[in-house]
Design a protein around this ligand. Structure first.
Ligand code: HAM
Length: 425
């Protein structure tokens, strides 16, 4: 019996690895430029870490978590997102005790039991940042600036930044009352889940993907008309900074995002080229109350996460190519006979000691098929070790890109080899 990977998971190899590494390397470089440092948290946490932060009534907690009991009967959950884990780690390790903001980034796999489709996986990868400790709108703008720069650096054009403010807990009380009043007459037309949400958590009705529920919400009161003066000023401040940074945005009053922890500014980057409801490449927002609710100090925070899988998918779809030649030059050492293998190993050792990427043919085949393979596998040089090379001590080096060939004396001209390979950098 052959075994397949579980539904909604994916193996990465070949070209996808190149895209993925390019995405991750670009992000790492930018995170460094924006002064974020890396944090790695466990892939699973006690279930409460997620249920208490994301919210009991959310789709993620109610339907999508991979939760299991360990051998001692404790409830654990594979992380569905990174923010809750970072907050748990921040408090546990008192990372807030020095200078604020604490600026952290993470790269990791997340798990959600969703119905898999294009761009929606059960195991997927995120790049995320959390900027913790400062409540002013300049930080919201900086976080969105970073998100925007990332997609720009990858080579994307025409992405849309949606932004909204869902206010603080104070403005939300008034809004929820109005929303409930509006929804009650439509109760019978809402789906079963949303009927229950009217009383328990009506904001979560905005996350419902069902057409009927979405239609009813079209004319509903919108949260951003209920902002208190502080939240209004904050939002105007963010939009103003975005203008200064020349970042285009669309205010979308229907944007609420599916987590209970958000306050004030929330945002998403979407692509109109992804023709499904799963068109967000990244999203985030403020969560000013979460750290305190978790038992930590009363400090505000904001952040975002980017979906690596969706970013990769769209890069391929839009034919966004990156310069593969930027990779280090690679050398393929072709040995023509078992008796010459020790000579060939000497050459490979020399190259690897100099940190050049190189490999050797472990199975002896004919030269032309080995050269074809070197070309197909994007090696830049082939070093040939055959009878002539062993007898004369002059190895043959082929520059595969330039169709040029050189004879270099192995004992006396090693530096020439290095220079030749370096010329490709
Ligand atoms: P999120 O919007 O749930 O936010 O996820 C961020 C991104 O992860 C999405 O825009 C999408 O690209 C990707 N993503 C989410 N679910 C899937 C899936 N099932 N398959 C493939 N990709 C997916 C968060 O996770 C928040 N923690 C972001 C945040 C950080 N807010 C504040 N700080």
């Amino acid at each position: 019996m052959t075994l397949n990977s579980p539904r909604g998971t994916k193996d990465f190899f070949g070209n996808d690895i190149k895209y993925r590494n390019f995405i991750i390397n670009t992000a790492r470089q930018l995170f460094y430029v924006y002064n974020y440092s890396e944090i790695i948290t466990p892939a699973f946490e006690y279930t409460e870490v997620f249920s208490r932060s994301i919210g009991e009534e959310t789709d993620i907690v109610q339907k999508e978590m991979y939760t299991f009991l360990d051998k001692k009967g404790r409830s654990l959950t594979l992380r569905p997102e990174g923010t809750a884990s970072v907050v748990r780690a921040l408090i546990e390790n008192k990372l807030y005790s020095n200078r604020l903001p604490v600026k952290l980034f993470y790269i990791g796999n997340m798990f959600r039991y969703e119905r898999p489709q294009k761009g929606r996986m059960r195991e997927f990868w995120q790049l995320g940042v959390e900027s913790i400790g400062i409540g002013s709108s300049i930080i919201d703008a900086e976080v969105i600036w970073l998100l925007n720069s990332f997609f720009k650096q990858l080579g994307f054009r025409n992405l849309i930044l949606l932004i909204n403010s869902i206010g603080c807990s104070k403005c939300r009380v008034k809004y929820i009352l109005e929303l409930k009043k509006y929804l009650k007459p439509f109760k019978g037309e809402l789906c079963f889940d949303c009927q229950n949400r009217i009383d328990s958590n009506p904001l979560r009705i905005f996350d419902c993907k069902k057409e009927g529920c979405r239609k009813i919400l079209e004319d509903s009161p919108k949260i951003n008309s209920f902002l208190c003066s502080e939240c209004k000023d904050h939002f105007e401040g963010v939009l103003n900074f975005l203008k200064i940074l020349e970042i285009n945005y669309e205010v979308n009053p229907n944007l609420v995002r599916g987590f209970d922890y958000y306050t004030k500014t929330i945002f998403e980057i979407i692509s109109s080229d992804i023709k499904s409801a799963q068109n967000a490449l990244g999203g985030g927002g403020r969560y000013d109350d979460l750290i305190n609710q978790f038992g930590g100090p009363d400090i505000p925070a904001t952040g975002f996460a980017i979906g690596i899988d969706r970013t990769l998918m769209l890069m391929k779809q839009q034919n966004i190519n990156f310069d593969i030649k930027k990779e280090e030059p690679k050398v393929y050492v072709i040995v023509m006979d078992k008796n010459y293998q020790s000579f060939a190993l000497e050459v490979v050792k020399f190259l690897r000691d100099k940190n050049f990427a190189c490999d050797i043919n472990f199975k002896i085949k004919n030269l032309s098929s080995e050269l074809k393979l070197a070309e197909k596998s994007s090696y830049n040089f082939a070093v040939i070790i055959g009878e002539d090379e062993v007898n004369t001590g002059n190895i043959t080096i082929k520059d595969i890109d330039k169709f040029k060939q050189y004879k270099i004396n192995w004992k006396s001209q090693k530096n020439k080899i290095i220079k030749l390979i370096w010329s490709k950098k």
